[in-house]
Ligand binder design. Structure first.
Ligand code: IPM
Ligand code: MG
Length: 353
């Protein structure tokens, strides 16, 4: 049976990095004997400029029939800020109720980390970002627009249901990670609405006596991620804070060139994407690092049940980074398609123990 993948390559470097991700997926399919049925959709800023369409309902319905979605990147200065991002990424996350945004932060080699004296033993965490609530899904209100008495607001609001399900997911994940340690990241001392997170976390913790817990306000969490990243293993946080701390986390593992994410709702369709944006300045130059998208594809392979393929790709990538064939993760150090070639070549040479 073929896995049906819906692909939205999107803006900027999206198409280039997605092309490499798909090459790796096809190589894995050939090697491990599964089929891929890929449908590419043209949505993104270019398409919006040409047609005024963002994500039409009939395509959205069709995409929901896929087994997984692969997204490149969205964002282009030619469109109003946030219009296409909210219309595509936002709509997929919110309308499909993909309440988990899973963002692993795993350093594979010390030389990719900007922190002194920290290596793979210290940087291995997973941030569980809530993905369907918070200011993200609220309407902005501009009262007295453009006047001296203007007031702009967009509430940070959280439901008990939304809070509880993400916290439960995080506890379940912490249980299957070796350290069984979960940190709640919020800012309940200032945003008192987040007291809901603090309370629900304490309630759910009672069902998981084996999990060690910690609580950090988001400012302190940023400090800790730099000062003692080893103190964080699994962490759960709100949508907006999750967005912020995962960019910081991406830098710890080598930058935006490698950070990947999965948007999930257990038992439903999953969406896989890099954490980085569309990087329009690099578009079409074959200089962007596709590893973030390739890593997202690895997460997708796991989700599709192709765990041997996923593990082989993961091992190959680790060997390339640790062995120095991928010298640097900086833009322009390797060509985009060269990284794709290297991963495919190394996969062919990798057999699992
Ligand atoms: C991310 C991105 C998005 C977000 C943007 C593009 C809307 O930064 O996936 O982290 O804020 O969620
Ligand atoms: Mg972000």
């Amino acid at each position: 049976m073929a896995h049906h993948i819906a692909v939205i390559a999107g803006d900027g470097i999206g198409p280039e990095v997605v092309a490499q991700g798909l090459r790796v997926m096809h190589a894995a399919a050939g090697r491990f004997g599964f089929e891929l049925d890929v449908t590419e959709y043209p949505y993104g800023t270019e398409h919006w400029i040409a047609t005024e369409e963002i994500l039409p309902d009939d395509s959205f319905a069709e995409i929901q029939q896929a087994d997984a979605i692969l997204l490149g990147a969205i964002g282009d200065p030619r469109a109003p800020v946030g219009l296409i991002e909210r219309g595509i990424i936002g709509r997929l996350r919110w309308d499909l109720d993909l309440y988990v945004n899973l963002r692993p932060i795993k350093l594979l080699d010390e030389r990719f980390c900007p922190l002194k004296g920290k290596g793979p033993a210290e940087i291995d965490m997973v941030i569980v970002r809530e993905n369907t609530e918070d200011a993200y899904v609220q309407k902005p209100i501009f009262e007295n627009l453009g006047t001296p008495s203007e007031v702009a607001s967009q509430p940070m609001s959280y439901t008990r249901k939304g809070t509880e399900r993400i916290i439960r997911y995080a506890f379940d994940l912490a249980m299957v990670r070796p350290r069984k340690h979960l940190t709640l990241i919020d800012k309940a001392n200032a945003v008192r609405a987040q007291d809901l997170y603090t309370r629900v976390f304490a309630e759910v913790a009672e069902d998981y006596p084996e999990v060690d817990t910690a609580h950090l306000y988001v400012d302190a969490a940023c400090m800790r991620m730099i000062e003692s990243p080893e103190s964080i293993d699994t962490a759960v946080t709100t949508n907006l804070f999750g967005d912020i701390v995962t960019d910081l986390g991406a830098m710890l593992q080598g930058g935006m060139g490698v950070a990947a994410s999965a948007n999930l709702h257990p038992g439903k369709l999953g969406l896989f994407e890099s954490v980085h944006g569309s990087f329009p300045q690099a578009a079409g130059k074959n200089i962007a690092n596709p590893l973030a998208t390739i890593n997202a594809c690895v997460m997708m392979l796991n989700y599709l049940g192709e765990s041997e393929a996923a593990q082989t790709a993961e091992t190959a990538i680790a060997e390339l980074l640790q062995g120095g064939r991928i010298r640097s993760l900086e833009v322009g150090e390797h060509a985009t398609d060269e990284i794709g070639d290297l991963v495919i070549e190394q996969m062919a040479a990798t057999t699992l123990a």
